[in-house]
Design a binder for this molecule. Structure first.
Ligand code: TXA
Ligand code: MG
Length: 350
């Protein structure tokens, strides 16, 4: 067991001494969890293979699942990526710093451990001021997966990081709740047509508008018998401990179906959790009922989803029923994570 240091940032005035200490810890080969605008990241020096190995070990993550390299200045991209396409420049102009990760050809400087043995590298410049300051203090290249134990929902609060990684890492920087709540969009720019490997806040439509060309969405799911192109997508990610079903369709039918399934399971002695909206919450009876926000507010759903899944875990929920959310804008990413958490178990009702 390591002693993990906790440091709380004052949101408006990030304390330089905390940032400096975090930066030095990473430079010295240590691991620091820190907030970004999407989820908390577990940072190590992306250019030290030993740091990447430590990240995999702390998370219990398979080491063929590559890490995202976080940078804080556009120029730095040239050290870690080669043959950078024009599309990357345009997307960075439009969305960096922000919740977009680009897959590019890697340079020789990036150790194979950081990219899980791939010849490509994932690069992101986050917009959270503390994250940017920390990356600079750490030397400019911070490998950071989400700061959760592999297989658990990504952390949206420092408390979640503590639950998973206390005693396994050097430091946790607490910057409060994250703004977006779901991981960044990942777009692969190594082929002629950009392909979205993971949906997020930056949508296909937003990128098409900037690039003035078509952007595809990776359709290869493990169920289709193909290897997904983002190695992480083949693992059962974002998994709550309860068995989860997403119920989609006509509102009344969804309420009726979830009500019936919840009652059946509770009669059988199970603990049931329901994920719904402010408007539908009064209609349910279950052991835990969590509203993800207003029915039309996909951003609120994104912000609350992982926290809800974690709360169900800590309350030993054994069955989870979730309403489907409208799949527009960040709603696409919300549905993607819900379906993953449910192992693609969806019930269409009418
Ligand atoms: O919002 C985010 O992206 C957060 C914050 C901390 O920045 N990070 C994050 O990292 O979600 P992680 O490791 O949990 O997810 C990274 C995903 C994995 O599914 C991984 O397989 C994929 O990115 N990935 C990384 N490098 C890749 C590469 N070279 N080619 C394809 N996929 C890659
Ligand atoms: Mg992750």
């Amino acid at each position: 067991m390591k002693k993990t240091k906790f440091a709380v940032l004052d949101e408006k005035n990030p304390d330089r001494t905390i940032i400096e200490e975090a930066g030095i810890t990473i430079k010295n080969g240590g691991l620091v969890a820190f907030p970004t605008e999407t989820v908390y990241g577990l940072g190590g020096d992306a250019l030290q293979s030993a740091s990447s190995r430590k990240i995999y070990a702390a998370k219990g993550r398979p080491c063929d699942n590559p890490l995202i390299v976080h940078i804080c200045r556009w120029e730095d991209i040239e050290k870690i990526a080669v043959r950078i396409p024009a599309a990357a420049v345009k997307l960075a102009d439009a969305f960096w710093p922000g919740p977009l990760t680009m897959i590019l050809e890697k340079s020789a400087l990036v150790p194979a451990e950081t990219t899980g043995g791939l010849s490509t590298v994932a690069v992101r410049m986050p917009s959270h001021p503390a994250a940017l300051a920390l990356i600079a203090a750490a030397g400019g290249y911070v490998a950071a997966p989400s700061a959760n134990t592999s297989g658990r929902p990504s952390p949206t609060r420092a408390e979640h990081v503590r639950e998973d990684l206390d005693g396994r890492i050097d430091m946790i920087v607490d910057g409060g709740g994250t703004e977006i709540g779901l991981e960044s969009t990942i777009v692969d720019l190594t082929e002629p047509v950009p392909v979205i490997l993971r949906p997020g806040f930056v949508t296909k439509e937003m990128m098409e508008e900037v690039l003035q060309t078509a952007v595809e969405v990776d359709r290869s799911l493990p169920a289709a018998g193909q290897a997904p192109r983002a190695p992480g997508m083949k693992y059962r990610h974002y998994a709550p401990r309860g068995k989860m079903t997403v119920v989609s369709g006509d509102r009344e039918a969804v309420i009726r179906t979830i009500g019936r399934l919840a009652a059946e399971k509770r009669t059988a002695g199970e603990r049931v959790g329901v994920i719904c909206t402010d408007e539908t919450k009064p209609f349910y009876e279950a052991d835990c009922i969590a509203s993800a926000g207003g029915g039309m507010d996909a951003e609120a759903a994104a912000r609350h989803l992982y926290e809800i899944l974690r709360s169900f875990d800590s309350r030993q929920v054994t069955y989870i029923y979730s309403e489907a959310f409208p799949g527009e804008g960040i709603g696409q990413a919300v549905m993607n994570r819900l379906l993953k958490a449910a192992g693609h178990h969806i019930l269409e009702v009418s």
